[in-house]
Design a protein around this ligand. Structure first.
Ligand code: PLP
Length: 394
């Protein structure tokens, strides 16, 4: 059986998969089984934040694995406590952290905090959560319902939990708030929805309004967090102080981890929430190494240089190929080219892989770029050389 046959026979068909078999990665270059190399502008959907085969991360994982991989959360876990401290310190917010294993699970935790807050802090029960159109918050039954895309709310998985609604724009959120609203859950840059950043002023105004109304602001930073936008959190870039923030993708450098952090540290009591795997030795040791690597890149200015260089390259492409692309969108190293049609988007993706550069799609017509945050100038140059070759014939 070929690998493709094996996969099709035994793995459930939930993905429209490509069957290139990657066997090794170094930095932002991936190699398939035939030895062909690809520049990785996707980093496993913003997960491989420090690239492939990063020595410091690999060593941290190996060293931790030799000692303890996992014990339960019934015991204290040293790297977990240290990672929580590091996340809180880098964020600049006075918060506490709960560790989960994925983005959806982090958002579930955020919703549970909000719901308990709404149950216990007011005379009436507050439970409604407002989200936005084109958002993406995960694949569990609750987080698909929180996701503001009708196609996710198929009757196949109904009934969904009550208390979720989504609004077309931020300005509609104001009108939607009532005395049962407990929280507004948003991404500051909608990732899956099309790499669409919100205006800073609009977000600051909303944050101030929610504070005044006693409605919690939950920011889903599963994709934007951990330096993706150039700051540790997009919330730092937008200069807001959310009540609850969720993280996941880039935090473990590829080891599954999610986190929910909140300034309402006394909402959860023992027994309210938990996870068997969440925050275990392996994932939090990985997270510590990732944050060491990235905070150094941030402090010495090389992260900023990389994102300026990437942005410049992308703007040049957008300007030169205005027959294919409307504009360049995004923030930091979370970028996109808005294609003039879904067909162009599809062809760009297909040709790019053939030319040896991996990019992603987002929304209906956006070609998405989520390179590793450690990507070098040479890798950026090579990737765009291949990308240009891929689109020059379209
Ligand atoms: C990817 C993503 C999620 C879901 O994360 P999983 O780890 O796949 O559960 C949630 N929110 C946002 C903004 C994401 O980008």
């Amino acid at each position: 059986m070929t690998l493709e046959e094996l996969d099709k026979k035994y793995v459930l068909h939930t993905y429209a998969r490509d069957y290139t078999n990657f066997v090794k990665g170094i930095g932002s270059t991936l190699y398939d089984e035939k030895g062909r190399d690809y520049i990785d502008f996707a980093s496993g959907i913003a997960v491989n934040s420090v690239g492939h085969g990063n020595e410091k991360l690999v060593n941290a994982i190996c060293e931790q694995a030799k000692n303890i991989i996992h014990i339960s959360n019934l015991q204290v876990i040293e790297p977990q406590a240290k990672l929580a401290q590091k996340i809180v310190e880098l964020s600049g917010y006075d918060m506490g952290v709960f560790f989960a294993n994925s983005g959806a699970e982090a958002n579930e935790g955020a919703i549970k905090i909000a719901r308990k807050y709404g149950e216990t802090r007011f005379d009436n029960k507050r439970y409604k959560v407002i989200t936005l159109e084109h958002s993406f918050h995960g694949r569990t039954i609750t987080t698909v319902k929180a996701t503001g895309q009708e196609s996710f709310h198929t009757p196949n998985f109904s009934p969904y939990p009550a208390g979720f609604s989504y609004e077309k724009n931020i300005k509609d959120v104001y009108k939607a708030i009532d005395d049962e609203t407990v929280a507004v859950l948003i991404e500051l840059v909608q990732g899956e929805g099309g790499v669409q950043p919100f205006e800073k002023e609009e977000i600051q105004k909303l944050a101030a309004h929610l504070k005044e109304k006693g409605v919690l602001l939950i920011v889903d930073e599963v994709q934007t967090g951990v330096y993706r936008t150039g700051e540790f959190l997009a919330s730092n870039l937008y200069e807001i102080e959310p009540d609850i923030i969720t993280l996941a993708k880039g935090l473990g450098g590829g080891v599954p981890i999610g986190a929910v952090m909140t300034k309402h540290k006394d909402v959860f009591a023992p027994g309210d929430h938990g996870s068997t795997f969440g925050g275990n030795y392996l994932s939090t040791a990985a997270g510590l190494a990732v944050l060491d690597i990235l905070s150094e890149l941030y402090d010495n200015g090389s992260l900023h240089e990389a994102l300026l260089y990437f942005e410049k390259k992308l703007q040049e492409i957008a300007a030169e190929y205005d027959n294919l692309f409307e504009k360049e969108v995004g923030l930091g190293l979370m970028r996109g080219l808005r294609a003039k049609s879904a067909e162009i988007q599809g062809n760009v993706l297909k040709n790019a892989l053939e030319e040896g550069v991996i990019v992603l799609k987002a929304g209906r017509n956006t070609v998405r770029f989520l390179p590793s945050l450690t990507i070098t100038k040479d890798e950026i140059d090579e990737g765009f050389k291949r990308f240009e070759k891929a689109i020059s014939t379209l």
